[in-house]
Design a protein. Structure first.
Length: 156
């Protein structure tokens, strides 16, 4: 009888360890599988705004971003989109990216107080990357830098 209790607890312990291991792996892999933007070797995990509704919402209402977080706006075609700081609760950098994945313009350290001023790139873009305020300076991002997308579905 005692051997059956020991066997039962060993089997139960094994099952619990396997289940916990899988849940930890799933949590870690979900972060690792999240889309990323790489500028100058700096990796930033991004939320994607690729619909009219998600682009309109953007980061509005969000409380802030960690140093390694941002938002990538994806447009169907290149153009001259305008962004503003409506309902923003924290300052950001806006990095404008063309079809060739080159930085073409940077608007840094934009505060919510700039609303209703609008910001646009210096030339047509297909992508817009919003990062925490000061990201561009901290990571020496400049016009002409090449951007890489990692795990952004359907993109290079």
């Amino acid at each position: 009888m005692p051997n059956s209790k020991i066997s039962f607890f060993l089997i139960l312990s094994f099952i619990i360890i396997v289940v916990l291991g899988l849940s930890v792996r799933d949590k870690n892999s979900s972060v690792q599988e999240k889309p990323q933007v790489n500028i100058n070797g700096t990796i930033v995990y991004v939320d994607i705004a690729d619909t009219a509704l998600s682009r309109e919402q953007g980061l509005s209402g969000k409380l802030g971003l960690k140093d390694n977080e941002g938002m990538l706006f994806i447009f169907e075609t290149s153009g001259m989109p305008s962004f503003w700081m409506k309902d923003m609760l924290f300052p950001i950098d806006i990095i404008w990216i063309n079809d060739d994945l080159n930085v073409v313009s940077i608007d840094g350290e934009l505060s919510p107080e700039t609303y209703p001023t609008t910001f646009s790139p210096s030339e047509p873009v297909k992508y817009v990357f919003e990062a925490p305020s000061g990201f561009s300076k901290k990571n020496s991002v400049k016009i002409g830098d090449k951007v890489k997308f990692i795990r952004v579905l359907g993109l290079p």
